[in-house]
Every structure is written in C-alpha cells, then in structure tokens.
Design a protein around this ligand. Structure first.
Ligand code: SF4
Ligand code: SF4
Length: 352
C-alpha cells in the first residue's frame, strides 16, 4: 500500500485527518515513550485525528448539558469510535503482510505518571535494557511527528482543520511508507500565537505562564507551558483543591493527591457525575486548553473547519456556591419533601 492509499482508507474508515511519520523521527525519544519499544522493527507511524464536534461543547458552554462532551467528545471517541478505525486500518496493513499495532486508546496501563516518573511497585522490564510495561506513546507528540499539526503553548495538538478540537489514534507498522512533512515545514498558517488564553481560562491554573518545557523533535525546537497534571486532573473532574479539610455540602469528590476537594465555580454539580465510556469525566469542559484556544483560532480565521456563528455567544458563566440555589421553577423535586420527578414525567423512567 502507498501512503496515499493508507490515508484514503483511514478517511473512509472515519478519520478526519491523517499524517504519516517515519520511525527515525523518534530518534532520542525517552525509553518509556519510544514506539520501537513496542515494535523494534517499526518503520512508520500513521496518526489520525478524530474531530470533537463543536456542538459537543455547546452544552458545556451554555452550562446545561455536560455529558455530551464527556461521552461523545471524549470517552466515546477514544473508546468506541477510534478503535474501529485503527483496527480496520491495521487489518488492511496486515493483509499486505506487514504487522500493525492499532492504538485507538490511551495508555491507561502506562508505567510512568503524568510527568514521566516510573510508578512505584507497578511493573518491571522483562529483559535488561527494555522499558517497563506499559510503554506510553505520547499521542500529541506522535501527531506532530506525523505532520498533523503544531503543539500549542497548552501542550495541546493544534491542527489546521480543528485547532485543539480532536482526539488522536495511531497505527505503528513495519510497513515502509512515504512520510509527510512536519507541519512547521509546510505553508500552513501558524496556529499558536502565544495569546495565552489557555493559561488565563484554565480553571486549574494548570498551564504555567512562566515555566516552560523545551524539547527537540526531529530537528525542531518546541516549547510549551509546564503543565501541573495533578491540578488539571482535579479541575477536569469539576473539583477545586482546598487548603484544609472540607466537610458537608462543600465536599465534592473524595480527596485526590493528598488534597481535599471542594465545589468549584466551573461545575454546577454537587458531586462528580459518573464516568462515561470508561473515562468521560471532563466536567471542566476543557475551558482553557480547548474552548478558549478554539475561540482564539477561529477568531483569527486560521482554521479550515468554519462555522456561521461564533462559538461564544454569551458571557461565560460561573457558579457561586456561597449563594442560595435558584432551582428551575415548576420542576418537582425528587426524594424527600416532594414527589419524585419520575412519577410525573414518563420520559424520566428511561434507564440512566
Ligand atoms: S490558547 Fe493561545 S497560547 Fe494557548 S495554545 Fe491556543 S493559541 Fe497557543
Ligand atoms: S482540561 Fe481543564 S483543567 Fe486541564 S488544562 Fe484543560 S482547561 Fe485546564
């Protein structure tokens, strides 16, 4: 198969953008993140972007419907839609006699934490000199090395089609394929303009304005803001790390990273809703790294996926948990003190 045929097939199977990188571009990659640790004879990586519908972020932006982004824009793409594409593309490659590793999921079994440290007492290399299982392929870095786009200051992959609005799957193969140029070497528009909207609007303050990380990837120096992964993890679930113990109504989640978690202005939920499609728990609605960034990129007219109306149509909302709650009028309250809504509305009986 040629690169053109691989791309055509991947698109027909559901990918929105496809890029190919030769394995030499991973030269110098950290041991725990090197695709050659998975397939020593790998020759190429195919990276595919799967767009998050802008409409999946609409309900979060309006503050009325959070599950759609978590389900259809996050977990559903990662654990339902993307696997079908990478598996079927891998089948086509294996029909040609080459091996293909379909990676349409995140590295949930990875041996390293969010900042590259080995997890204590977790796993051990099976041979001297090898990585401890599981290796974690950094999908955003792989996307850059396959020419799909830039890495923004937020460390998000930015593509010329969708900006920060996609998830990524890859196929690692021993098939020799013609690589795509890296995005900075094309005549595509510069995407990240260091507007710092991601820094300003990230509810966790997880993207540092001053501390940066510089890496050289395939001859290109890249720099992004240092990410506080723990802070992101907490805010992502709608929580706010508290200085001291939290009890009663303000308690939001069980403690995480040794911190008590309280209700935050970026969630209207009293407790974190349950996960969807194995992961979907993006209660923060990617307010900084995705929504704010997308608004900047769309406003500058640098994205190919265009819309008739701007994304932000009303001032951003915040919940003030110190104020008394103003519930919707005319909607009965379930549980103690009133008839359950399931008794009054036939649709409410639908299985949840
Ligand atoms: S919000 Fe601005 S600074 Fe941040 S990644 Fe997007 S374009 Fe770059
Ligand atoms: S997911 Fe949310 S908390 Fe994490 S960096 Fe993006 S905006 Fe910040």
């Amino acid at each position: 198969m040629t690169s053109a045929e691989i791309k055509k097939l991947a698109r027909s199977l559901g990918a929105d953008a496809v890029g190919i990188g030769n394995i030499e571009r991973w030269e110098g990659a950290p041991l725990q993140m090197d695709p050659r640790q998975i397939m020593p004879e790998a020759r190429s990586v195919v990276a595919m972007a799967f767009r998050v519908m802008r409409g999946s972020l609409r309900g979060v932006e309006e503050g009325t419907f959070f599950s759609n982004y978590s389900a259809m824009g996050y977990g559903g793409i990662t654990y339902l839609y993307m696997p079908m594409t990478v598996i079927n593309l891998s089948k086509a490659i294996e029909d040609e006699g080459c091996e293909a590793v379909p990676m349409g999921h995140q590295s949930d079994w990875r041996a390293i934490d969010g900042i590259g440290r080995l997890r204590r007492d977790y796993s051990r290399p099976v041979r001297p000199g090898q990585a401890a299982p599981d290796v974690m392929i950094q999908l955003r870095i792989a996307s850059f090395l396959c020419g799909l786009g830039e890495i923004g200051y937020s460390k998000m992959l930015l593509t010329p089609q969708f900006g920060p609005r996609q998830r990524v799957g890859i196929v690692i193969t021993d098939m020799e394929l013609e690589p795509d140029p890296l995005y900075p070497d094309t005549d595509g528009p510069k995407l990240c303009d260091r507007c710092m909207a991601c820094v300003r609007e990230c509810p966790a303050g997880a993207i540092s304005r001053t501390q940066t990380v510089r890496v050289n990837l395939a001859g290109h120096w890249l720099e992004w803001g240092e990410i506080d992964c723990d802070a992101c993890d907490i805010a992502f679930r709608g929580g706010l790390a508290a200085d001291g113990p939290v009890t009663g109504a303000a308690e939001y989640n069980p403690p995480m990273y040794g911190k008590s978690i309280t209700q935050a202005p970026w969630t209207p939920f009293h407790k974190k809703p349950r996960n969807l499609y194995n992961t979907g728990q993006a209660v923060c609605g990617a307010r900084g790294c995705t929504r704010a960034c997308m608004i900047n990129l769309e406003g500058r007219g640098v994205l190919e996926n265009r819309f008739r109306q701007p994304f932000r149509r009303r001032p951003p909302w915040q919940v003030d948990w110190s104020q008394p709650v103003a519930l919707p009028e005319g909607v009965p309250m379930a549980g103690r003190g009133g008839p359950a809504s399931s008794a009054t509305h036939p649709d409410a009986k639908e299985a949840d």
